[in-house]
Design a protein around this ligand. Structure first.
Ligand code: AMP
Ligand code: ZN
Ligand code: FE
Ligand code: FE
Length: 291
């Protein structure tokens, strides 16, 4: 029983439909699949139906954008209530702020002599909240850079010349929003991303401990982008704190060279996570009674 607990679709910055993700998961022999688009639940219905057709256990998810002192931190949320008003309001805020930020990034790029048509970016994003990978794609299409990685390295990476911060809540508030919506929260790719020889954007233990205080349930130690030493380090961090270890591909279709199912989570770990959701619900019920 293996699950891929972190995949994207055209509803954020992936290139496949939710139904295609389900077909890929079935083809990879998985038992279950989570759809975790950035700041939206828009692909859930299609993913749920397609998973049912393929006999897959569907785990409804989100990858919530948060920010810690200028650094972007991604918090995965599973089994959240789609009607939760606080989470819906935050997703709506993020969508508007992403759209505003895209305009600001294009203005910065223009100042740097790189002219990208806003309509092209909008067309690439479709109905998804606009993310930097969409802008990077438009830059490749214009021919200013040869790859998405080059667009990030030269212009768009956190702190880069065309980078603009977007509105986001703190990671602790992100965990609280997910818990408040009846879900469980997992810190995505705690070891950060490989950027050539350097790892960027990794979490600190101080951040992990703050998130544990806010009710974090798991760590994505087995992210497909983490080197073996990074995985074992974050496995130890999780074990020391009683956190569930998850594994996933962070599949983005053709926008990243990772196949769906490249890293996975055991069925037992998924059950433990589900169980923490029940505990969260009980906590929430208790809090409501004490109000
Ligand atoms: P955004 O949500 O617009 O802030 O964009 C975040 C997304 O951009 C992440 O989910 C990654 O897929 C991608 N990304 C962030 N930093 C880099 C980087 N240095 N190189 C390549 N992709 C990146
Ligand atoms: Zn993404
Ligand atoms: Fe992420
Ligand atoms: Fe992701």
């Amino acid at each position: 029983m293996r699950f891929d607990l972190h995949t994207h679709s055209i509803h954020s910055d992936g290139t496949t439909t939710p139904a295609e993700n389900a077909a890929l998961a079935a083809g990879a022999g998985l038992s279950g699949l989570a759809l975790t688009d950035h700041d939206t639940l828009a692909g859930w219905d299609e993913a749920r139906d397609a998973c049912a057709r393929h006999g897959l256990d569907f785990v409804p998810g989100i990858e919530l954008s948060t920010e810690d002192d200028g650094a972007s931190v991604h918090v995965l949320g599973y089994w959240i209530d789609p009607d939760d008003p606080d989470l819906a309001a935050e997703n709506a805020r993020l969508r508007v702020s992403r759209s505003d930020r895209a305009g600001q990034i294009l203005a910065r790029l223009a100042d740097l002599g790189v002219v990208v048509d806003p309509a092209a970016v909008r067309a690439i994003a479709g109905t998804a909240p606009i993310g930097r990978p969409h802008i990077a794609q438009a830059m490749v299409e214009v021919g200013v850079v040869a790859s998405l990685d080059e667009a990030f390295d030269r212009y768009l990476a956190d702190g880069g010349p065309a980078w603009v911060v977007k509105h986001a809540v703190s990671p602790e508030d992100g965990v609280r929003l997910i818990r408040g919506a009846g879900g469980v929260a997992v810190l995505a790719h705690p070891g950060g991303h490989d950027d050539g020889e350097v790892r960027v954007g990794g979490a600190s233990l101080e951040l992990v401990d703050r998130l544990v205080g806010a009710g974090l349930a798991g760590l994505e130690a087995e992210h497909a982008g983490h080197a073996p030493g990074t995985v074992s380090y974050w496995r130890r961090v999780a074990a020391d704190r009683g956190l569930v270890v998850t594994g996933s591909s962070d599949f983005h279709g053709s926008r990243k060279g990772v196949r769906l199912g490249a890293s996975t989570t055991s069925g037992e770990a998924v059950d433990v996570l589900r169980g923490r959701r029940a505990a969260v619900d009980a906590d929430a019920a208790e809090r409501r009674e004490s109000w």
